[in-house]
Write a protein that binds this ligand. Structure first.
Ligand code: DGT
Ligand code: CA
Ligand code: CA
Ligand code: ZN
Length: 584
């Protein structure tokens, strides 16, 4: 642990002790020690080795011992116990800019407040003014701090965070002394939204890596810069943690900081059952047993790490602390779908409705992707805000597509479809006689979001039962970080889809990722067929299918679970037979 990290922990101890109402002088001693360590010009390791810690100002025997433990073991049981004794709400309150432990304790003692929400409410009701040492100004400051907190703690879409993370990793890999550089955390697990970016690096010249990282042009603020960890905030508000580890530690750190926390807990338990202790530092005999930390096990990859514990490799997307470790023990992992498995996509828009590229441009875009087919599904007339088309206009588009295919204007074959609105009563927005002419129909809800769950579910199921319905579009209508989905019983919808041979899309627009990954494993086991659709409104949007692959992998889906991994001939035949079967 470096000076900065040790100082940070000492400072936290001071804060936690004050929160607990401990002797103020005892608490302040930690703060003083933190400053001493942080400002130390000598090498801390040397000072410790020579037993000179107690020579430093403000550091007695007890503190010296704690600092030594932090330096050598990289942890301090006293600190961990102390932190664990602080209610989670207090830790949240501490994040509010300008609100210190003394005020938090005062507010708790007087009003019993221990959460941000409760504090906000109390401020708005003017309850803090009455307390000694508080005033109207304090209330205003706290409210401003809370607003700031919300702004800064904003999460980000995976797509955007990943783009940035990949750029930084590319830059790191160009540095000569860097031997390993990988993205970890929720980005690597392909979560739908991202709190912060986590990077793990091993390098021969660590100082140079930190200098480079903290001075890239996108950095707005260096929040911390140390020998082993630096944190920056980028111009868009995104926060990035970079951890520097030794070569031997790399894969343990990569695994640990990939998480999730829940997965890590299960992995540690698995190790313990083998009398081993697993952490970001390595894998070795459990503490207390012979040779702790002395004879660590070395691994050259994450695969090896899992293997040492008798486990099959667990893809990062599955590390959510569900049953992945148990499945890995039995060694029966499915082969998850990959980007290259996709042979075409179905939900796409053109300039005929609210898309930005023409039919021809979209089809050529599909060629560029190396696909065999692309489906065009412009909006239907109720979606007037999106330039929705009526039967007559759609029929013209259909003729255009037929001509396009005849003339072979693109290598990829174009399927005729529509994204048909589901009306409030569950009926479809277009005449049956017209829907029958199309190769497929995506059914979606775009209006009247305020029905209760029962009504909304009924509405969706009625649409699913329509003989022309082929694919359910964005099942909950959620917009990540913007709007909750409408209320709908997704499990009932899944059952109805299976019963009616309707497929469910993974809408791969990075803001939708709908149906959510959490439903897919069970749904696919039951027999729900998946289609990964980019919902592209221009050629570039076709690339969103990759975000859909993330969702599918997190949902344990294989190539067989996803319809658009099939080749053109098979898809044509399936859609044709389906229509005949359903009399659509
Ligand atoms: P995020 O950033 O909120 O989208 O989610 P993560 O998963 O990237 O979380 P983050 O950045 O706080 O930490 C990265 C990983 O480090 C996390 O997935 C697991 C590991 N980790 C962090 N803190 C702890 C902890 O207190 N206990 C355990 N077991 N693991 C932790
Ligand atoms: Ca993170
Ligand atoms: Ca982090
Ligand atoms: Zn839509």
């Amino acid at each position: 642990m470096d000076k900065q990290q040790i100082a940070e922990i000492l400072e936290n101890i001071q804060v936690f002790l004050e929160l607990k109402g401990e002797n103020v002088f005892r608490a302040r001693a930690y703060q003083r020690a933190a400053r001493t360590i942080e400002g130390l010009e000598e090498d801390l390791g040397e000072v410790i080795k020579e037993g000179r810690l107690t020579d430093l100002p403000g550091i007695g025997k007890d503190l010296a011992q704690k600092i030594e433990t932090l330096y050598n073991d990289k942890r301090l049981p006293f600190y961990e116990e102390l932190k664990a004794s602080i209610p989670g709400g207090f830790l949240e309150l501490l994040e509010i800019p300008g609100l210190g432990p003394k005020k938090i304790k005062a507010v708790y003692d007087a009003l019993g407040i221990k959460s941000v929400t409760a504090l906000e409410k109390a401020c708005k009701e003017g309850k803090l003014e009455a307390l000694v040492g508080f005033g109207k100004k304090t209330e205003e400051n706290i409210l401003r701090g809370i607003a700031h907190l919300a702004e800064y703690s904003k999460r980000h879409l995976w797509w955007e965070a990943n783009e940035i993370a990949e750029e930084i990793v590319k830059g790191l890999k160009r540095i000569k002394s860097v031997t390993h550089a990988e993205v970890a955390g929720s980005i690597r697990r392909k979560r739908e939204t991202i709190g912060d970016i986590d990077l793990i690096v091993a390098a021969k010249n660590g100082a140079h890596v930190m200098d480079w990282f903290t001075s890239i042009p996108e950095v707005e603020e260096v929040i911390g810069k140390g020998e082993t960890k630096s944190t920056v905030r980028l111009k868009g508000g995104m926060q990035v943690d970079l951890r520097l580890v030794s070569e031997d530690q790399f894969y343990f750190a990569l695994h640990h900081f990939t998480g999730s926390k829940e997965h890590n807990v299960m992995m540690r338990q698995k190790a313990l059952a083998m009398d081993l202790s697993l952490s970001e530092w390595g894998l070795g005999p459990e503490k207390g047993k012979a040779g702790h930390l002395a004879d660590k096990i070395k691994v050259k990859s994450e695969e090896e790490l899992f293997k040492v514990l008798g486990l099959k490799y667990i893809p990062a997307e599955l590390r959510e602390g569900l049953d992945e470790v148990t499945v890995a023990e039995k060694g029966k992992f499915p082969k998850l779908i990959e980007e290259d498995d996709i042979r075409g996509v179905f939900h796409n828009h053109t300039t005929a409705s609210d898309g930005r590229n023409t039919l021809e441009e979209m089809a050529r875009g599909a060629d560029e992707m190396g696909w065999e087919y692309i489906g065009i599904s412009d909006h239907s007339k109720s979606s007037f805000q999106a330039g929705g088309l009526d039967e007559e206009q759609l029929h013209k588009e259909l003729l255009k597509i037929q001509k396009h295919n005849e003339k072979k204007l693109s290598k990829s074959y174009v399927f005729t479809g529509v994204e048909c609105d589901i009306l409030k009563n569950g009926e479809l927005d277009l005449k049956d006689s017209f829907l029958k002419e199309l190769d497929y129909v995506v059914v979606s809800i775009h209006s009247v979001f305020n029905l209760d769950e029962k009504e909304m579910t009924k509405r969706m199921i009625k649409a699913i039962e329509h003989p022309s319905a082929t694919i359910i579009g964005h099942v909950t209508g959620r917009l990540l970080l913007q709007r909750e989905g409408y209320k709908i019983d997704v499990l009932k919808v899944i059952d109805a889809a299976i019963a009616n041979e309707v497929m469910m899309e993974i809408n791969a627009n990075p803001r939708r990722l709908d149906m959510d990954w959490r439903y897919w494993k069970k749904a696919a086991e039951k027999g729900l067929m998946c289609v990964i659709n980019p919902d592209a409104h221009n050629v570039k949007g076709l690339g969103y299918y990759k975000a859909g692959i993330n969702v599918a992998r997190k949902g344990w889906l294989t190539k067989e679970n996803v319809f658009n991994t099939r080749g053109l001939k098979e898809v044509k035949k399936y859609l044709f037979d389906l229509k005949k079967r359903k009399g659509g």
